[in-house]
Design a protein around this ligand. Structure first.
Ligand SMILES: [Zn+2]
Length: 389
């Protein structure tokens, strides 16, 4: 009688077939392909072959153990289609942002050993990248670099103003010195750079206007005592005479504030902190006479103050680099550059784990930045679980 390839013949029951399946998978030594070969061979006379996937599902449902799929002879590909979803789910279940690439690669390879050839760190790295998952990079080997390209850096604007009087309704801005952190040169926008100066020695509108254009391109601004002087002074001059509106709001790091809150010194003036930290380049004193002459429009006095202003910016930069890791509210690099796992202060990816920070509700993995001029501590929550508190 010809084999009818539909349904069961009366002399083989489903129960009998699945009993056989239980029998051959008892020791868990056969993989799904070997099991289907046996099963289909035995019941070939009675019905169509079952698919490998069908058997895999059935075994899963019945709680039967299958051996991991083995590699083909040359070890280069699967002999049974590999279930990628399982691997991805496993990857997402790991908190990769708190692990090094090596740790992720090892646990992935351990979990799926026997299922496929071990992945290299490079392969795992691109897999993580494609899945938008992050990881901690290892401390680089000697001479290794983990820095970003300079054009990727946030624009950190260091600036300082020089004026004729300490209050903005009595004084005007003579010049504004600034530089971006990665730049070599200090720039000065000076009152006598503009033709208005020839007519009126106290008209600083063009200075303010030009500097606001610079501010618009900055991600972070750095000053010394800017909270109470430079920023409100500039804002006042921008509003003087109803000429200009508000100045741009930029996340602000005030070196004076860090010194006041995080150090214990007799004076938080920049010159004192600079001396205390032994930073190079000392401030040049400006006498009352120079200020008066500059205010009155003597160009040699303006040149002298220009030189003083340039030096101030250089000291400000050194002080900023030294003090910024002390500031817990430093603008977060990861937010500015939309990264996940860099040092929030300096943007280095050279972080190492440094214990935990435990608050009443959350456990945080603490990191330390390994960059020579940073060393900031930062942390990321280990779990987002809500707990009874
Ligand atoms: Zn750092």
């Amino acid at each position: 009688m010809p084999v009818k390839h539909y349904g069961w013949r009366s002399n083989v029951s489903g129960k009998e077939e699945w009993e056989y399946l239980k029998e051959i998978t008892k020791e868990g030594k056969l993989n799904v392909k070997e099991v289907s070969a046996l099963l289909n061979k035995k019941y070939k006379k009675y019905r169509k072959d079952r698919t490998v996937e069908g058997i895999r599902k059935k075994c899963g449902a019945m709680g039967l153990t299958l051996a991991p799929c083995v590699l083909s002879g040359d070890g280069s590909r699967w002999n049974v289609k590999y279930d990628k979803t399982t691997e991805n789910a496993f990857l997402f279940s790991m908190n990769t942002a708190l692990l090094t690439l090596e740790e992720i690669t090892n646990s992935l390879n351990e979990k799926f050993s026997g299922c496929r050839p071990p992945r290299t760190e490079e392969a795992v790295r691109s897999k993580l990248y494609a899945s938008k998952l992050s990881y901690i990079s290892k401390a680089p080997e000697k001479g290794g670099r983990t820095f970003l390209e300079p054009e990727e850096e946030p624009r950190i604007l260091l600036w300082d103003i020089e004026c004729t009087h300490l209050k903005a309704d009595f004084g005007v801005i003579l010049m504004i010195g600034f530089k971006f952190l990665e730049e070599e040169e200090v720039h000065i926008i000076q009152i006598n750079d503009f033709p208005l100066w020839q007519k009126d020695r106290t008209d600083d509108r063009e200075v303010v206007k030009a500097f606001i254009e610079v501010m618009k391109t900055a991600d972070i601004q750095v000053t010394w005592f800017g909270t109470y002087f430079d920023i409100p002074y500039l804002q006042s001059r921008a509003l003087a005479g109803g000429m200009m509106g508000p100045i741009p709001q930029i996340p602000h790091v005030d070196g004076w504030w860090i010194a006041k809150k995080k150090l214990c010194l007799t004076s938080n003036r920049m010159a004192n902190v600079q001396k205390f930290l032994n930073l190079p380049e000392s401030k040049t004193p400006v006498s009352g006479r120079e200020w008066r002459r500059a205010g009155a429009g003597h160009e040699d006095a303006l040149e002298y103050i220009r030189d003083h202003c340039k030096k101030d910016i250089v000291i400000l930069e050194d002080a900023y680099r030294t003090l910024r890791p002390l500031l817990p509210t430093h603008p977060n690099y990861n937010v500015i550059k939309e990264t996940l796992y860099r040092c929030p202060v300096c943007g280095s990816s050279n972080l190492i784990k440094a214990g935990f920070r435990i608050t009443r509700t959350t456990k945080w993995q603490r990191f330390k930045c390994k960059e020579k001029d940073c060393g900031a501590y930062s942390s990321a929550p280990v779990s987002g679980k809500r707990v009874v508190r």
